[in-house]
Ligand binder design. Sequence first.
Ligand SMILES: Nc1nc2c(c(CN[C@H]3C=C[C@H](O)[C@@H]3O)cn2[C@@H]2O[C@H](COP(=O)(O)O)[C@@H](O)[C@H]2O)c(=O)[nH]1
Length: 365
Amino acid sequence: MTDDGADPELLELLRQSLGLGSTGADAPPETYVLQSAKFIYDNSVDVAIDMYGTRAAAECIWSAMSQRGYSTKTWSEHELHPKTRDEAAVNFIFTMDLLNFSFWSMRSPEERFAVAYRDKKWTGYWSLVAALQRAVGEEIPICTPSFWADSEACTDQSLRHVFRSATEEEMPLLQERMECLREAGHVLEENFDGSIINLVKEGRGSAARLVNLLAEYFPCFRDETSFEGRKVRFLKRAQIFIADLWAAFEGKSYGSFEDIDKITMFADYRVPQMLHSIGCMSYSPPLEGHIFRERKLESGHSWEIQLRGCSIWAVELIRREISRSHPDAYVNAILIDFFLYDAMKAIEAKKEEKIPHHRTRSIWY
Ligand SMILES: Nc1nc2c(c(CN[C@H]3C=C[C@H](O)[C@@H]3O)cn2[C@@H]2O[C@H](COP(=O)(O)O)[C@@H](O)[C@H]2O)c(=O)[nH]1
Protein backbone atom coordinates (compact mmCIF):
# COMPACT_ATOMS: atom_id res chain seq x y z
CA MET A 1 0.00 0.00 0.00
CA THR A 2 1.35 3.45 -0.83
CA ASP A 3 0.30 6.32 1.43
CA ASP A 4 -2.86 6.71 -0.64
CA GLY A 5 -3.47 2.97 -0.23
CA ALA A 6 -2.67 1.91 -3.82
CA ASP A 7 -1.75 -1.74 -4.28
CA PRO A 8 2.01 -2.13 -5.03
CA GLU A 9 1.51 -4.63 -7.84
CA LEU A 10 -1.02 -2.29 -9.47
CA LEU A 11 1.38 0.63 -9.02
CA GLU A 12 4.19 -1.29 -10.72
CA LEU A 13 1.86 -2.20 -13.60
CA LEU A 14 0.85 1.46 -14.00
CA ARG A 15 4.48 2.55 -13.93
CA GLN A 16 5.38 0.13 -16.69
CA SER A 17 2.29 0.90 -18.84
CA LEU A 18 3.06 4.62 -18.60
CA GLY A 19 6.66 3.89 -19.57
CA LEU A 20 7.82 5.27 -16.23
CA GLY A 21 9.87 2.16 -15.74
CA SER A 22 9.86 0.29 -12.50
CA THR A 23 11.45 1.51 -9.33
CA GLY A 24 14.58 -0.09 -10.73
CA ALA A 25 16.49 -3.07 -9.42
CA ASP A 26 18.98 -0.78 -7.65
CA ALA A 27 16.59 1.66 -6.02
CA PRO A 28 15.95 0.46 -2.44
CA PRO A 29 12.50 -1.19 -2.60
CA GLU A 30 9.55 -0.62 -0.29
CA THR A 31 8.38 -3.19 2.28
CA TYR A 32 4.86 -1.65 2.32
CA VAL A 33 4.64 -2.23 6.09
CA LEU A 34 4.23 1.45 6.94
CA GLN A 35 1.68 1.88 4.17
CA SER A 36 -0.20 -1.15 5.51
CA ALA A 37 -0.16 0.35 9.02
CA LYS A 38 -1.58 3.65 7.74
CA PHE A 39 -4.33 1.80 5.87
CA ILE A 40 -5.22 -0.20 9.00
CA TYR A 41 -5.21 2.92 11.18
CA ASP A 42 -7.47 4.75 8.70
CA ASN A 43 -9.93 1.86 8.81
CA SER A 44 -9.78 0.94 12.52
CA VAL A 45 -12.87 1.26 14.70
CA ASP A 46 -11.75 -0.65 17.81
CA VAL A 47 -8.31 0.92 18.24
CA ALA A 48 -7.68 4.66 18.20
CA ILE A 49 -4.51 6.71 18.44
CA ASP A 50 -4.66 9.67 20.81
CA MET A 51 -2.87 12.63 19.22
CA TYR A 52 -2.36 14.48 22.52
CA GLY A 53 -1.17 11.29 24.20
CA THR A 54 1.22 10.63 21.34
CA ARG A 55 2.63 14.15 21.47
CA ALA A 56 3.13 13.96 25.24
CA ALA A 57 4.64 10.48 24.99
CA ALA A 58 7.08 11.63 22.31
CA GLU A 59 8.48 14.28 24.65
CA CYS A 60 8.76 11.84 27.57
CA ILE A 61 10.34 9.14 25.44
CA TRP A 62 12.86 11.50 23.88
CA SER A 63 13.78 12.95 27.25
CA ALA A 64 14.21 9.50 28.81
CA MET A 65 16.18 8.20 25.81
CA SER A 66 18.47 11.23 25.94
CA GLN A 67 19.09 10.88 29.69
CA ARG A 68 19.72 7.15 29.27
CA GLY A 69 21.94 7.73 26.27
CA TYR A 70 19.78 5.13 24.52
CA SER A 71 21.49 4.01 21.32
CA THR A 72 22.47 0.94 19.34
CA LYS A 73 25.11 0.36 22.07
CA THR A 74 22.29 -0.48 24.50
CA TRP A 75 21.57 -3.66 22.57
CA SER A 76 24.88 -5.30 23.40
CA GLU A 77 24.65 -4.24 27.05
CA HIS A 78 21.98 -6.87 27.61
CA GLU A 79 23.64 -9.75 29.50
CA LEU A 80 22.56 -12.47 27.06
CA HIS A 81 22.99 -10.69 23.73
CA PRO A 82 26.07 -11.61 21.65
CA LYS A 83 29.05 -9.32 22.25
CA THR A 84 31.14 -10.26 19.21
CA ARG A 85 30.72 -8.65 15.77
CA ASP A 86 31.40 -11.61 13.55
CA GLU A 87 29.66 -14.28 11.49
CA ALA A 88 28.82 -16.25 14.65
CA ALA A 89 26.85 -13.23 15.88
CA VAL A 90 24.98 -12.99 12.55
CA ASN A 91 24.08 -16.68 12.76
CA PHE A 92 22.99 -16.34 16.40
CA ILE A 93 20.78 -13.32 15.66
CA PHE A 94 19.17 -15.01 12.65
CA THR A 95 18.41 -18.13 14.73
CA MET A 96 17.07 -15.96 17.54
CA ASP A 97 14.73 -13.97 15.30
CA LEU A 98 13.63 -17.09 13.44
CA LEU A 99 12.16 -18.21 16.79
CA ASN A 100 11.41 -14.85 18.38
CA PHE A 101 7.68 -15.32 19.01
CA SER A 102 4.90 -16.15 21.43
CA PHE A 103 6.48 -16.64 24.84
CA TRP A 104 3.48 -15.62 26.91
CA SER A 105 1.93 -18.14 29.29
CA MET A 106 -1.41 -18.58 31.05
CA ARG A 107 0.45 -20.21 33.97
CA SER A 108 1.60 -18.43 37.12
CA PRO A 109 5.02 -16.70 37.08
CA GLU A 110 6.43 -19.65 39.06
CA GLU A 111 4.97 -22.33 36.75
CA ARG A 112 5.45 -20.70 33.34
CA PHE A 113 8.04 -22.00 30.87
CA ALA A 114 11.54 -20.90 31.96
CA VAL A 115 15.12 -21.66 30.95
CA ALA A 116 17.78 -22.20 33.60
CA TYR A 117 21.04 -20.57 32.54
CA ARG A 118 23.87 -18.88 34.47
CA ASP A 119 22.11 -19.56 37.80
CA LYS A 120 18.97 -17.70 36.69
CA LYS A 121 15.55 -18.71 35.38
CA TRP A 122 14.84 -16.73 32.21
CA THR A 123 11.31 -16.22 30.87
CA GLY A 124 9.72 -14.55 27.84
CA TYR A 125 12.01 -13.42 25.03
CA TRP A 126 15.03 -13.94 27.30
CA SER A 127 14.17 -17.62 27.70
CA LEU A 128 14.87 -18.04 23.98
CA VAL A 129 18.14 -16.15 24.10
CA ALA A 130 19.21 -18.10 27.20
CA ALA A 131 18.34 -21.46 25.57
CA LEU A 132 20.42 -20.59 22.50
CA GLN A 133 23.37 -19.37 24.59
CA ARG A 134 23.14 -22.54 26.70
CA ALA A 135 23.17 -24.75 23.59
CA VAL A 136 26.16 -22.87 22.16
CA GLY A 137 27.91 -23.45 25.49
CA GLU A 138 27.07 -27.17 25.19
CA GLU A 139 28.60 -27.15 21.67
CA ILE A 140 25.30 -28.00 20.00
CA PRO A 141 25.32 -26.44 16.46
CA ILE A 142 21.95 -24.76 17.09
CA CYS A 143 22.83 -21.71 14.95
CA THR A 144 23.98 -23.79 11.95
CA PRO A 145 21.60 -24.21 8.98
CA SER A 146 23.15 -27.52 7.87
CA PHE A 147 22.30 -28.93 11.31
CA TRP A 148 18.68 -27.80 11.02
CA ALA A 149 18.39 -29.46 7.59
CA ASP A 150 19.98 -32.74 8.77
CA SER A 151 17.04 -34.90 9.87
CA GLU A 152 19.43 -37.51 11.33
CA ALA A 153 21.23 -35.05 13.60
CA CYS A 154 18.50 -32.49 14.21
CA THR A 155 15.92 -34.74 15.82
CA ASP A 156 12.93 -33.63 17.86
CA GLN A 157 14.72 -35.08 20.86
CA SER A 158 17.84 -32.98 20.28
CA LEU A 159 15.76 -29.79 19.93
CA ARG A 160 13.66 -30.64 23.00
CA HIS A 161 16.96 -30.83 24.89
CA VAL A 162 18.00 -27.38 23.59
CA PHE A 163 14.71 -25.80 24.65
CA ARG A 164 14.23 -27.82 27.84
CA SER A 165 12.29 -26.07 30.58
CA ALA A 166 13.09 -25.52 34.24
CA THR A 167 9.37 -25.94 34.99
CA GLU A 168 6.56 -28.33 34.07
CA GLU A 169 5.50 -26.13 31.14
CA GLU A 170 7.30 -26.72 27.85
CA MET A 171 8.20 -23.89 25.47
CA PRO A 172 5.08 -22.55 23.76
CA LEU A 173 4.70 -23.65 20.09
CA LEU A 174 7.76 -25.91 20.41
CA GLN A 175 6.71 -28.06 17.43
CA GLU A 176 6.23 -24.94 15.28
CA ARG A 177 9.68 -23.71 16.31
CA MET A 178 11.23 -26.98 15.17
CA GLU A 179 9.42 -26.62 11.84
CA CYS A 180 10.72 -23.04 11.45
CA LEU A 181 14.29 -24.23 11.95
CA ARG A 182 13.98 -27.11 9.50
CA GLU A 183 12.20 -24.98 6.89
CA ALA A 184 14.88 -22.29 7.18
CA GLY A 185 17.62 -24.93 6.94
CA HIS A 186 16.22 -26.26 3.66
CA VAL A 187 15.59 -22.79 2.21
CA LEU A 188 19.15 -21.71 3.04
CA GLU A 189 20.63 -24.93 1.59
CA GLU A 190 18.60 -24.63 -1.61
CA ASN A 191 18.98 -20.90 -2.25
CA PHE A 192 21.94 -19.50 -0.29
CA ASP A 193 24.43 -22.34 -0.24
CA GLY A 194 23.45 -23.05 3.38
CA SER A 195 24.87 -19.72 4.50
CA ILE A 196 23.07 -17.00 6.49
CA ILE A 197 25.89 -14.63 5.55
CA ASN A 198 25.09 -15.19 1.85
CA LEU A 199 21.46 -14.34 2.60
CA VAL A 200 22.46 -11.09 4.37
CA LYS A 201 24.82 -10.19 1.51
CA GLU A 202 21.95 -10.69 -0.97
CA GLY A 203 20.32 -7.67 0.67
CA ARG A 204 23.11 -5.55 -0.85
CA GLY A 205 23.05 -3.11 2.08
CA SER A 206 19.32 -2.42 1.84
CA ALA A 207 17.15 -3.18 4.88
CA ALA A 208 13.99 -3.21 2.77
CA ARG A 209 15.48 -5.54 0.18
CA LEU A 210 16.59 -7.98 2.90
CA VAL A 211 13.16 -7.84 4.58
CA ASN A 212 11.52 -8.60 1.24
CA LEU A 213 13.97 -11.44 0.58
CA LEU A 214 13.06 -13.03 3.92
CA ALA A 215 9.34 -12.72 3.16
CA GLU A 216 9.83 -14.10 -0.35
CA TYR A 217 11.99 -17.15 0.46
CA PHE A 218 10.90 -18.09 4.03
CA PRO A 219 7.18 -18.80 4.63
CA CYS A 220 7.81 -18.54 8.40
CA PHE A 221 8.87 -14.89 7.97
CA ARG A 222 5.92 -14.04 5.69
CA ASP A 223 3.95 -12.16 8.34
CA GLU A 224 1.11 -10.69 6.28
CA THR A 225 -2.69 -11.01 6.17
CA SER A 226 -5.73 -9.28 4.70
CA PHE A 227 -7.78 -6.49 6.24
CA GLU A 228 -10.90 -4.90 4.75
CA GLY A 229 -10.23 -6.78 1.51
CA ARG A 230 -6.60 -5.67 1.12
CA LYS A 231 -3.26 -7.42 1.72
CA VAL A 232 -1.43 -5.92 4.69
CA ARG A 233 2.15 -6.66 5.78
CA PHE A 234 3.67 -6.57 9.28
CA LEU A 235 6.85 -8.62 8.67
CA LYS A 236 7.69 -8.30 12.36
CA ARG A 237 10.42 -10.96 12.70
CA ALA A 238 11.97 -10.13 9.32
CA GLN A 239 12.24 -6.50 10.40
CA ILE A 240 13.51 -7.19 13.93
CA PHE A 241 16.23 -9.41 12.42
CA ILE A 242 17.54 -6.43 10.46
CA ALA A 243 17.15 -4.18 13.49
CA ASP A 244 19.04 -6.59 15.76
CA LEU A 245 21.85 -6.85 13.19
CA TRP A 246 21.98 -3.04 12.87
CA ALA A 247 22.09 -2.63 16.67
CA ALA A 248 24.52 -5.47 17.37
CA PHE A 249 26.97 -4.21 14.73
CA GLU A 250 26.23 -0.54 15.52
CA GLY A 251 25.41 0.19 11.91
CA LYS A 252 28.67 -1.23 10.54
CA SER A 253 29.70 -4.39 8.71
CA TYR A 254 26.76 -6.84 8.59
CA GLY A 255 24.69 -4.19 10.34
CA SER A 256 25.17 -1.52 7.71
CA PHE A 257 21.93 -0.59 5.87
CA GLU A 258 21.52 2.57 3.76
CA ASP A 259 17.75 2.60 4.37
CA ILE A 260 17.60 1.42 7.99
CA ASP A 261 15.05 4.14 8.78
CA LYS A 262 12.54 2.31 6.58
CA ILE A 263 12.24 -0.34 9.31
CA THR A 264 9.08 0.17 11.37
CA MET A 265 8.11 -0.74 14.91
CA PHE A 266 7.85 -4.51 15.44
CA ALA A 267 4.18 -5.48 15.82
CA ASP A 268 4.41 -7.78 18.85
CA TYR A 269 2.29 -8.07 22.02
CA ARG A 270 4.42 -5.97 24.40
CA VAL A 271 4.73 -2.58 22.71
CA PRO A 272 0.96 -2.22 22.08
CA GLN A 273 0.53 -2.82 25.82
CA MET A 274 2.99 -0.01 26.52
CA LEU A 275 1.44 2.34 23.96
CA HIS A 276 -1.95 1.89 25.66
CA SER A 277 -0.39 2.34 29.13
CA ILE A 278 1.17 5.69 28.19
CA GLY A 279 -2.02 7.01 26.60
CA CYS A 280 -1.08 6.75 22.91
CA MET A 281 -3.69 4.14 22.04
CA SER A 282 -7.21 3.43 23.28
CA TYR A 283 -9.55 0.51 22.67
CA SER A 284 -13.30 0.12 22.14
CA PRO A 285 -15.10 -1.20 25.25
CA PRO A 286 -15.57 -4.72 23.76
CA LEU A 287 -11.87 -4.99 22.87
CA GLU A 288 -10.71 -3.49 26.15
CA GLY A 289 -12.93 -5.93 28.06
CA HIS A 290 -11.56 -8.83 26.03
CA ILE A 291 -7.98 -7.87 26.88
CA PHE A 292 -8.62 -7.19 30.55
CA ARG A 293 -10.26 -10.62 30.84
CA GLU A 294 -7.08 -12.08 29.22
CA ARG A 295 -9.20 -13.81 26.59
CA LYS A 296 -7.42 -15.38 23.60
CA LEU A 297 -7.46 -13.32 20.41
CA GLU A 298 -7.22 -15.38 17.25
CA SER A 299 -4.41 -14.60 14.82
CA GLY A 300 -5.92 -12.71 11.89
CA HIS A 301 -8.91 -11.40 13.88
CA SER A 302 -9.79 -7.80 12.97
CA TRP A 303 -9.03 -6.66 16.52
CA GLU A 304 -5.58 -8.23 16.36
CA ILE A 305 -4.82 -6.61 13.01
CA GLN A 306 -6.00 -3.22 14.31
CA LEU A 307 -3.79 -3.58 17.42
CA ARG A 308 -0.73 -4.41 15.29
CA GLY A 309 -1.31 -1.84 12.55
CA CYS A 310 -2.16 1.03 14.89
CA SER A 311 0.89 0.24 17.05
CA ILE A 312 3.16 0.60 14.03
CA TRP A 313 1.45 3.86 13.06
CA ALA A 314 1.53 5.22 16.63
CA VAL A 315 5.30 4.70 16.81
CA GLU A 316 5.65 6.40 13.42
CA LEU A 317 3.71 9.41 14.80
CA ILE A 318 5.94 9.45 17.90
CA ARG A 319 9.00 9.38 15.65
CA ARG A 320 7.67 12.25 13.54
CA GLU A 321 6.81 14.27 16.66
CA ILE A 322 10.33 13.83 18.10
CA SER A 323 11.86 14.84 14.76
CA ARG A 324 9.56 17.90 14.59
CA SER A 325 10.23 19.11 18.12
CA HIS A 326 13.94 18.13 18.14
CA PRO A 327 15.20 18.68 14.57
CA ASP A 328 18.77 17.72 15.55
CA ALA A 329 17.70 14.45 17.17
CA TYR A 330 18.62 11.16 15.48
CA VAL A 331 15.89 8.70 16.31
CA ASN A 332 14.14 6.00 14.32
CA ALA A 333 11.29 3.56 14.89
CA ILE A 334 13.76 0.85 15.93
CA LEU A 335 15.23 2.76 18.86
CA ILE A 336 11.79 3.97 19.97
CA ASP A 337 10.50 0.41 19.78
CA PHE A 338 13.44 -1.12 21.64
CA PHE A 339 13.06 1.57 24.31
CA LEU A 340 9.32 0.92 24.72
CA TYR A 341 9.82 -2.84 24.91
CA ASP A 342 12.50 -2.52 27.59
CA ALA A 343 10.39 0.01 29.50
CA MET A 344 7.39 -2.35 29.40
CA LYS A 345 9.53 -5.22 30.71
CA ALA A 346 10.70 -3.02 33.59
CA ILE A 347 7.07 -2.23 34.46
CA GLU A 348 6.19 -5.93 34.26
CA ALA A 349 9.09 -6.78 36.58
CA LYS A 350 7.66 -4.36 39.16
CA LYS A 351 4.20 -5.91 38.64
CA GLU A 352 2.83 -2.46 37.77
CA GLU A 353 1.16 -3.34 34.45
CA LYS A 354 -1.93 -1.17 33.87
CA ILE A 355 -3.42 -3.45 31.25
CA PRO A 356 -2.56 -7.04 30.18
CA HIS A 357 -0.98 -7.61 26.78
CA HIS A 358 -3.24 -9.24 24.20
CA ARG A 359 -3.12 -13.02 23.96
CA THR A 360 -2.60 -14.18 20.38
CA ARG A 361 -0.78 -17.45 19.83
CA SER A 362 1.10 -17.41 16.51
CA ILE A 363 4.53 -17.80 14.99
CA TRP A 364 4.47 -14.22 13.73
CA TYR A 365 5.32 -12.49 17.03
N1 LIG B 1 8.43 -4.76 19.48
C1 LIG B 1 9.35 -5.50 20.08
N2 LIG B 1 9.05 -6.78 20.37
C2 LIG B 1 10.02 -7.50 20.99
C3 LIG B 1 11.28 -6.99 21.33
C4 LIG B 1 11.99 -8.05 21.95
C5 LIG B 1 13.35 -8.03 22.54
N3 LIG B 1 14.23 -7.16 21.83
C6 LIG B 1 15.43 -6.83 22.54
C7 LIG B 1 16.41 -6.23 21.62
C8 LIG B 1 16.53 -4.93 21.82
C9 LIG B 1 15.64 -4.47 22.87
O1 LIG B 1 16.33 -3.62 23.74
C10 LIG B 1 15.18 -5.73 23.56
O2 LIG B 1 15.98 -5.94 24.69
C11 LIG B 1 11.15 -9.16 21.96
N4 LIG B 1 9.99 -8.79 21.38
C12 LIG B 1 8.74 -9.52 21.22
O3 LIG B 1 8.02 -9.34 22.43
C13 LIG B 1 7.37 -10.56 22.79
C14 LIG B 1 8.11 -11.12 23.97
O4 LIG B 1 7.67 -10.42 25.11
P1 LIG B 1 7.95 -11.12 26.54
O5 LIG B 1 7.23 -12.45 26.49
O6 LIG B 1 7.39 -10.16 27.55
O7 LIG B 1 9.46 -11.28 26.66
C15 LIG B 1 7.51 -11.46 21.59
O8 LIG B 1 6.50 -11.18 20.65
C16 LIG B 1 8.86 -11.01 21.04
O9 LIG B 1 9.00 -11.32 19.66
C17 LIG B 1 11.56 -5.64 21.01
O10 LIG B 1 12.64 -5.09 21.27
N5 LIG B 1 10.55 -4.95 20.39
